[in-house]
Design a protein around this ligand. Structure first.
Ligand code: GLU
Length: 428
């Protein structure tokens, strides 16, 4: 199987830990590549009357622990390899969070900003029609991800329910509240990141109220990470960054005495671009997109895309940074990771750090099954318990095995999946 960089990274990380775990050949053979892959072509009637055909993927990496679970991305540069890498990460993510779900991921090659609302709805419904037999509450359950949102999930649920002839809310999560969704889902990923940071600070003996953070990104995850870094930890967020749609480059918005996430959200347009003019008028420094990584802060939180910390820019990370909390999926390249490992950086690896989203998705599917919905307090209390337990199980493994946190997270998750495969009789 030919592989591109993103997938090769996930595989190499896997091989490295499989060696450390002394994982047997049968488990390796199962886990190194996905169990099932779908590639479909989705015809969509565009508003101007033309027909466009979009490539769509769904990859089901492993379902030993339960139904496949993972987001659906709309991204212009999507490939089967990015989807494979992310599906594999979902297997580790669900396992490390200790929820009874497997790993999957979907993607459509499209820049969602090019679609009208009607085209977008037809694309989502077309994706469901093309892949209907692959999905279901006990088979594979998508969720929002880069480029998709709660409304898309509700169209997904509706189309699936029509085809199934049954109201089936549990076939997709991240739906709007009132449309089968769970309270707390919108903030769950960003909040989960900060719960991990809080636990890390406890273990490292850091007073969170005296800390600062620099965040890359200002999408859903970054926004709630910023909000809770301030609210839950009492720390200061020095900057966030964001992609500017018109200028086709990103910018960093910095305020030495701390940014105000609510204000920045109020000057963000529907496409996620923060207004440079309004930010500057409110006293923010508007800097280059990569300025976030150069800040003298305690915590760095990449919360945007994959492959953002590279061999070229890892040297810019200040020696004062104590924690790297990987809120995005795969933000650090293998080369950059080798440097961080050498430096002794305390890394909260992506599939642990951002597991709050899928954990809340799990709660949503449980509520869908029960047809009984919990209060936001109940959801967030359960989320806190799950995320802090997950963090501490990895931390304990890292102490016990004297392992880098990323390796420890892989050890915890691969072992659970391999055990489940053994119990089910898939391997010896
Ligand atoms: N897309 C999110 C992730 O990468 C959430 C997945 C889910 O909720 O199923 O973790």
């Amino acid at each position: 199987m030919s592989v591109s960089n993103a997938y090769e990274i996930a595989r190499q990380e896997f091989d490295h830990v499989a060696d450390m775990l002394d994982l047997d050949e049968e488990a390796r053979a199962f886990l190194r590549d996905p169990k099932k892959e779908y590639h479909v072509r989705i015809p969509v009637r565009m508003d101007d009357g033309s027909l466009k055909i979009f490539d769509g993927f769904r990859v089901q990496h492993n379902d030993a622990l339960g139904p496949n679970k993972g987001g659906l991305r709309f991204a212009a540069n999507e490939t089967i390899d990015t989807v494979r890498m992310l599906a594999m990460k979902m297997t580790w993510k669900c396992s490390v969070a200790n929820i009874p779900l497997g790993g999957g991921k979907g993607g459509v090659v499209v820049d969602p900003r090019d679609l009208s609302v009607g085209e977008r709805e037809r694309l989502v419904r077309g994706y469901v029609r093309a892949l209907f037999p692959a999905f279901g509450p006990r088979k594979d359950v998508p969720a929002p991800d880069m480029g998709t949102n709660a409304q898309d999930m509700c169209w997904f649920m509706d189309e699936y329910s029509i085809l199934a002839g049954n109201y089936t809310p549990g076939t997709v999560t991240g739906k709007p509240v009132g449309g089968g969704g769970s309270l707390g889902r919108t903030e769950a990923t960003g909040l989960g990141v900060i719960i991990c940071v809080r636990e890390a600070m406890k273990q490292l003996g850091i007073d969170s109220t005296k800390t600062t953070a620099a965040i890359q990104g200002f999408g859903n995850v970054a926004q709630y990470a910023a909000i809770h870094f301030i609210k839950m930890l009492g720390g200061k967020v020095k900057c966030v960054s964001c992609w500017n749609r018109e200028e086709k480059k990103s910018f960093t918005f910095l305020k030495e005495d701390g940014i105000d996430p609510a204000f920045l959200m109020s000057i963000t347009d529907a496409y996620g671009t923060v207004s440079n003019e309004k930010a500057a008028a409110a006293g923010y420094q508007v800097l280059d997109g990569d300025a976030w990584i150069k800040q003298d802060v305690d915590v760095l939180i990449p919360a945007a895309l994959e492959k953002q910390i590279t061999a070229e820019n890892v040297g810019f990370i200040s020696p004062n940074v104590k924690i790297l909390a990987e809120a995005a999926n795969g933000p650090t390249t293998l080369e950059a990771d080798a440097v961080l490992r050498e430096r002794g950086m305390f890394v909260i690896p992506d599939f642990l750090c951002n597991a709050g989203g899928v954990t809340c998705s799990y709660f949503e599917s449980v509520q869908n099954d029960q047809n009984y919905y919990w209060s936001v307090e109940e959801v967030l209390e359960k989320l806190d318990y799950k995320m802090s337990t997950a963090f501490n199980s990895v931390y304990e493994m890292s102490v016990e095995k004297k392992a880098y946190m990323r390796d420890a997270a892989y050890m915890v998750s691969i072992k659970r999946v391999a055990d489940a495969m053994r119990y089910r009789g898939w391997i010896k």
